[in-house]
Design a protein around this ligand. Sequence first.
Ligand SMILES: C[S@@+](CC[C@H](N)C(=O)[O-])C[C@H]1O[C@@H](n2cnc3c(N)ncnc32)[C@H](O)[C@@H]1O
Length: 313
Amino acid sequence: MLISKYLVEPRLFATLPPDWRWVFGREAPLEVEIGFGNGEFLAEVASRHPENNYVGFELTLTCIEKAARKFHAAGLTNVRMVRLDGRFGLRELFPDASVRRVIVNFPCPWPKARHAERRLVNEEFARTLAAVLEPGGAFELTTDALFFAEEAKGNLEATGCFDVQGPREIQGEPRTRYERKWRSQGRAIYRLVAEKAAPAKIERIAEGRMPHVRLKTALDKEDIPKVVVGLKEVWPRGAFVVKEAFVAPVGDEVLLRAFATDGDFSQHFFISVSKDRKGWIVQLDSATVPFRTPAVKRAVYAVAEHLQKEGNI
Ligand SMILES: C[S@@+](CC[C@H](N)C(=O)[O-])C[C@H]1O[C@@H](n2cnc3c(N)ncnc32)[C@H](O)[C@@H]1O
């Protein structure tokens, strides 16, 4: 109950980006925090600014639960959480020029060169910021990792869309658990603020429509696994593979477990191949609701094409 009050599941929305006025029940300036950890900063800023709506992205469930307790204890109504990679979330869940401020406190710095692509503020994220921030809106990064802040500055400036201030060393009371931790170890803390001066164009890939295909062929459910397990396609910006199949003991249904990637965003999901009065249909199974990205849609259509081709087996 505590969590459901604050947790938003955007995969269930019929249209993306969602209408945040509807989610919050009011229209107000939107601010976003990515990687909010235990939610300390988000709870504090949302309490101090009841005039704004806040959306936080976080990956770990423990953090989501801790944050929900804080929001509830503070009686907040102007904050929501999404359990999702903030890079994907910021791009897919917010229209252009709709966010006033994006805040990132102590992102995982991934200092090893071989992990560089996992760093949050990459070139694509910088372009996303330039698209979704309002004119004059700002991105604020606070970190103990100076190399990270400098790399972020380079990526932000490369878009040609920002006035970047910093990174500058800052003093003052710690705002988050990680800030307390690093200050207690005597580390310096840096802040970078990038104000949006010009917009950028970005491509969004998730949409609400559920892909489904009716087959014009007869199938024997026992043969379906042989045809589609291992089916795989790889293209420059994505890939999918059908990992395994479960044949229902009763009724005409086969569930396919699949995996798809779009750029650096990966999803597991099920595809259902089932028969009703009109014949066989291939569609996303409702047990897992992925974002309907190009790779997910391609997986559904490829399974259907394959079954159609191998029909009457
Ligand atoms: C080092 S912790 C900092 C937490 C908090 N901001 C603080 O300062 O105490 C980084 C947090 O970011 C989350 N995180 C990492 N990558 C993320 C991503 N791509 N999207 C959303 N959250 C992410 C992690 O789960 C973790 O809780």
